[in-house]
Ligand binder design. Sequence first.
Ligand SMILES: Nc1nc2c(c(=O)[nH]1)N[C@H]1C(S)=C(S)[C@@H](COP(=O)(O)OP(=O)(O)OC[C@H]3O[C@@H](n4cnc5c(=O)[nH]c(N)nc54)[C@H](O)[C@@H]3O)O[C@H]1N2
Ligand SMILES: Nc1nc2c(c(=O)[nH]1)N[C@H]1C(S)=C(S)[C@@H](COP(=O)(O)OP(=O)(O)OC[C@H]3O[C@@H](n4cnc5c(=O)[nH]c(N)nc54)[C@H](O)[C@@H]3O)O[C@H]1N2
Ligand code: SF4
Ligand SMILES: [Mo]
Length: 674
Amino acid sequence: MKIVRTVCAHDCPDMCSLLAHVENGRVVKIEGDPDQPLTAGFACGKVNRDVDLVHSPERLTTPLRRVGKKGEGKFAPIGWDEALDEIASRFKAIIAKSGPLALLGYAYSAHQGLTNRGLPGGMFHALGASRLIAGTVCDSCCETAWEMTAGGVGGADPEAVVDSELVIAWGADLMAVNVHYWALVEAQRKRGLKVVVIDPRRSRTAQKADWHIPIRIGTDAALALGMMHILVRDKKVDRDYIARHTLGFDKVEAEVLPRFTPARTAEITGLSVADVERLAAMYGATKRVMIRVGEGMTRLAQGGQAGRAVCLLPGVTGSYGVRGGGALLLTAASCDLNYNAIRKPSGPTNTRTVNHLRLGEALLDMKAPRIEGLFIAANNPAVTNPEVHKTRQGLAREDLFTVVHDPFMTMTARYADIVLPATTYLETDDMFRAYGAYWMQYGPRAVDPQGQARSNVQVAQALAQRMGLADPVFRMTPSELLTELFKGATGKPGTVDTRTLPSAGPINIAPTTEGQIFKTPSGRLEFYSEQLAKQGGPPMPDWTPDPEEVRDAERWPLRLLTAPGYFQAHTAFSGVAFLRKREGEPICVLHPEDATRRGLKHGDKVKLFNQRGTVGLVLKVSDEVRPGVVLVPGQRPDAEAVSGTVNMLCSDRYTDMGEGATYQSTFLDVAAWS
Ligand SMILES: Nc1nc2c(c(=O)[nH]1)N[C@H]1C(S)=C(S)[C@@H](COP(=O)(O)OP(=O)(O)OC[C@H]3O[C@@H](n4cnc5c(=O)[nH]c(N)nc54)[C@H](O)[C@@H]3O)O[C@H]1N2
Ligand SMILES: Nc1nc2c(c(=O)[nH]1)N[C@H]1C(S)=C(S)[C@@H](COP(=O)(O)OP(=O)(O)OC[C@H]3O[C@@H](n4cnc5c(=O)[nH]c(N)nc54)[C@H](O)[C@@H]3O)O[C@H]1N2
Ligand code: SF4
Ligand SMILES: [Mo]
């Protein structure tokens, strides 16, 4: 038996250091590394079962060619050379006939390793294909909001919570998505750290908190502005900090805050005046308040405004300057590696762009040229994209040549002409840096590729060579890629000797400077954003009713809340039978009042419907949500549900900033399944 120290590659802020126990070429046990302080010796409930992911009987073992209709899922095995030759010759023919813009590389984040995540996109970049604006289904809205406010810097160090007096989990279910931060928080409660959760759902984290604030969906900007109103009124504002480190607070104070009286804030957010007052008083009592900003609250029409208003709060009290204070959305921006060597090895500066969440529209409507060749890796848009009907309609186009690279036969792979079997991260070598913590680490393979599976790097390199791309990155060994990645790195990563990385273990890369540095154009925290104004966006934080949401709310009585599953992460673990069972059958949750009004009871099969479609799920009746809300945890593939998948109900409308997905701006009704 051997123990391999590696890194969890799943899309998760923690980036755990793992110990994989290997016997006879099989992973037999996964545990958290006790020597990495954040991982602290435990993996989450999903990755504890990654033995079953690597060795799942549902893994694809060979390349496949479609023999049935698109979407039907009928395939026959073929060899790798045959598959790669066919893909290259089809892609070359498309380029010869219509030019490289007729190709689209559509790779995303299921492998967080910097080379495996980046190189497939790098190949299409070098080819001059239409370019994917990736991540709009996920964090492009909150990231843009943060960038327009604080600039391209990382947020608070989660491990600084040892110095916090209060943690506000603002739209983040820490027990689902950030369990190692949650463990740190829990440990600090023994010395008196208080925890407040602001979330429309009484999540598991909310149940364990000192105080759960069940805010109305999409009203976080109003709550943050109402808190600022009270802080100003009660003279809890750090005027010195504001003068030295922020821009435009005077304008917000004069033009925005007067409208957010406690009474109006309470009315908008659905909270009581007393609760708004109490929260503001708690926030104003100490600078050592760490706000953990969730992404979910920004996946709605005015999500950018919500994200910006919340991230501005620590600027009002000067909490950004203090260890244990500030706000944590993401940390990745603090790590400057030579990402472009992998992601943009060559190719024209600009080509045509395709927004990740509007794959359906791109496939159906884009012209001159149409997308004729599509390569999908490490994501499952036929389930996870909004307006999923449109995505599938696009994928079903007979004149589209589609390749899907995945360890499993996903809903998306069913539409492919060629399916390629992918390795899981436990079969690859790569370098990792966390996006929710200040750590980086090299993660070697624990076992050899299962079946004939190949990694993203291998497939990108093999295809690039067949396509005639001469860039050296398409011929480099993993260790050469590593050296490339660290060329010109700044900050702590700049001091690393890459030759030592494979044996270095976890490396802490927390910024050493005291206090928060902002990297906006003004070098300050921007209450007023000239950049947003120039783009025609709202330069100041505000909350106003969204006309489209108001119109939809008049037509449909319920609003959708989507939240992460505890034992599933989107569809990345849907090939693990144990975890499917552990997560349970796909459900929706209604408040008892809403269920009774519709004559529905716990355990009933129900249909969720609106102008976009109908989905069948099993009903859970619970007061964990307020009346008027229907909660659907996770995005489960059709085969697991009564019928369909939740994203059939969501539109492909953009958020106010960052052109992100608006899952939470969905209105609908629920009735008995018939
Ligand atoms: N309704 C609703 N929809 C949402 C969200 C929501 O909150 N509500 N959240 C959104 C968010 S935040 C995100 S990030 C997206 C996630 O959605 P996707 O990006 O589609 O991610 P997954 O569903 O996890 O699918 C990842 C796929 O990659 C495969 N895979 C795993 N490892 C590898 C590898 O090394 N190589 C290759 N080639 N494949 C691999 C997995 O088997 C799986 O099929 O969903 C979005 N969709
Ligand atoms: N177990 C598990 N872990 C995961 C994932 C998963 O699916 N499952 N997904 C991974 C990925 S890809 C990502 S991007 C991260 C996401 O991690 P986070 O950003 O922390 O989580 P989100 O899913 O974006 O946000 C979820 C929370 O926001 C709440 N919420 C929704 N709307 C609102 C609102 O209007 N206001 C407020 N205040 N709260 C609201 C939901 O009820 C839910 O509790 O997690 C990663 N980790
Ligand atoms: S908590 Fe996140 S990083 Fe850690 S093992 Fe689980 S999925 Fe991986
Ligand atoms: Mo995400």
